[in-house]
Design a protein around this ligand. Structure first.
Ligand SMILES: [Zn+2]
Ligand SMILES: [Zn+2]
Length: 151
């Protein structure tokens, strides 16, 4: 098992193997481009935009086009291996970590970092009680200035 250390968090190469097995089980073709996109999302620890993914994957596959990136991301999101993150009217970002977690976002450069904090399930219970809503989920984000921008 190879481990790549990113921002103090250990990301296992096994996650990629697991994702590839999941794709095969779903009868979705395992193309080298698809694997490259997943690998970038799982190992970079970043929350890249389509353009950023395109630039990263283009290094390996110079002939890849933006449409292929879009189509692959759609498929990966549909099967639940990748999550699309929408923040207001800025371009969507993509997350290879599909477990529920929060994010901290830079006001200036829009960098998105994982914020691991116990899920605030009590707020959903509270909302159900006070508003009589059948709650589906909640979103919570913390904003500030990243180290690069505040330097
Ligand atoms: Zn920043
Ligand atoms: Zn994330």
């Amino acid at each position: 098992m190879t481990h790549i250390l990113i921002g103090g968090e250990t990301v296992s190469k096994n996650k990629l193997d697991y994702a590839i097995v999941s794709i095969k089980k779903l009868n979705i073709r395992v193309t080298p481009q698809r694997v490259a996109i997943l690998e970038y999302l799982l190992t970079s620890g970043l929350h890249p935009t389509v353009d950023e993914i395109y630039r990263a994957v283009k290094n390996k596959f110079p002939s890849i086009c933006l449409t292929t990136i879009y189509n692959n991301l759609n498929t990966l999101c549909e099967v639940g291996l990748v999550r699309e993150l929408k923040f207001g009217n800025t371009p969507s970002r993509f997350d290879g970590n599909v477990k529920e977690h929060y994010h901290i976002i830079c006001n200036n450069c829009n960098t998105v970092i994982d914020l691991h904090y116990p899920l605030l399930k009590e707020i959903e219970v509270f909302a159900e009680q006070i508003a009589d809503f059948k709650v589906s989920h909640h979103r919570f984000e913390v904003y500030g200035e990243c180290t690069t921008c505040s330097a």
